[in-house]
Design a binder for this molecule. Structure first.
Ligand code: SF4
Length: 98
């Protein structure tokens, strides 16, 4: 199953190259925020992505590539899938109460 419209990293780079780098939050802020350990920092990166002009393309590309880790297109990826939020270190896996 292949998609002719599959976003590629090259397409993302092309698109990002057309916009001013200063408009890309992950270029003008500390890029480590997008791969942060702290849940608060991850949420900050996700919020910063909301103002990015290539957010949709970035998210589509990350989904297509099944990014193993990091914030892409305003979403946190872990092992190729979007997860709602990062758990603090050392927490056992349990069902969270709402
Ligand atoms: S949407 Fe993608 S390119 Fe834009 S700031 Fe977020 S990670 Fe960077």
């Amino acid at each position: 199953m292949t998609s002719v419209l599959e976003p590629t990293l090259g397409l993302l780079h092309d698109e990002a190259g057309r916009v001013d780098e200063e408009l890309l939050p992950c270029r003008v802020n500390n890029p480590e925020l997008w791969f942060a350990e702290s849940p608060a920092d991850v949420e900050s990166a996700k919020a910063l992505c909301q103002d990015c002009p290539v957010q949709g393309l970035c998210l589509d590309g990350a989904l297509a590539r099944r990014e193993p880790w990091g914030v892409w297109g305003g979403e946190l990826f872990l092992q190729g899938v979007v997860i709602p939020r990062k758990r603090p270190r050392g927490r056992p896996r349990k069902n969270e109460a709402a």
